[in-house]
Design a protein around this ligand. Structure first.
Ligand SMILES: N[C@@H](CCC(=O)N[C@@H](CS)C(=O)NCC(=O)O)C(=O)O
Length: 210
């Protein structure tokens, strides 16, 4: 089973943390330098016509979208269902958080920071407010909660950790969201692969300066 990825990329980091938590090893890990356009080679487009990373290639089966990959890894290779329980309501809550992470929280990151990092555009106040709204929601989800989706540590915590650490390394002051700050400190300690994730964040940080 092969993974195409880049160490700095937040969606790639959440897949790597999931694999580590499951004890899953990839046969081959191939770095795709998206800034150099390596995702547009005919070979890569054949595997993933949407040309995104991460992409998993499991003996002829190709899958992209990080959160779909995370779920696949648990369901296919997990020794148990702890990170993504089979219980319908527990699973539904985790899915809600994963969709929130993709469609609201990380989206707010990409809308505010990507134009500044990759297009060297000025900061946009409206986009910044969307980050604040997303963090207010996350802070509310975490009120009185140790974990981000229900009573147990799950894929939701791994996905949020990849996203929140990216805000962290970008210098966004999320510590004012007390529940998020408390959860973050705890989730870091619980997550195998946190150190590698943080090293990946430092790689991402370099994009700000180049
Ligand atoms: N929602 C996707 C986002 C994937 C994505 O946009 N990845 C970026 C790198 S962080 C990428 O592949 N960019 C290159 C491209 O789209 O051509 C996921 O979670 O996997």
């Amino acid at each position: 089973m092969d993974l195409y990825y880049r160490p700095g990329s937040a969606p790639c980091r959440s897949v790597l943390m999931t694999a580590k938590a499951l004890g899953v090893e990839f046969d081959k890990k191939t770095i795709i330098n998206t800034r150099a356009g390596e995702q547009f080679t005919p070979e890569y487009l054949k595997i993933n016509p949407q040309h995104t990373i991460p992409t998993l290639h499991d003996h002829g089966f190709a899958l992209w979208e990080s959160r779909a990959i995370m779920v696949y890894l648990v369901e296919k290779y997990g020794k148990d269902d702890k990170l993504f329980p089979k219980d319908v309501q527990k699973q539904a809550l985790i899915n809600q958080r994963l969709y929130f992470d993709m469609g609201t929280l990380y989206k707010s990151f990409s809308e505010y920071y990507y134009p500044q990092i990759f297009l060297k555009k000025p900061a946009n106040e409206e986009s910044y407010k969307k980050i604040e709204v997303a963090f207010e929601f996350l802070n509310t989800f975490l009120e009185g909660q140790t974990y981000s989706a229900g009573e147990d540590y799950s894929l939701a915590d791994i996905a949020f950790l990849a996203s929140v650490s990216t805000f962290d390394v970008a210098g966004f002051d999320f510590k004012r969201y007390a529940n998020v700050a408390r959860w973050y400190e705890h989730a870091k300690k619980l997550t195998p692969g946190w150190e590698d994730n943080w090293a990946g964040c430092q790689e991402f940080r370099k994009y700000f300066d180049n």
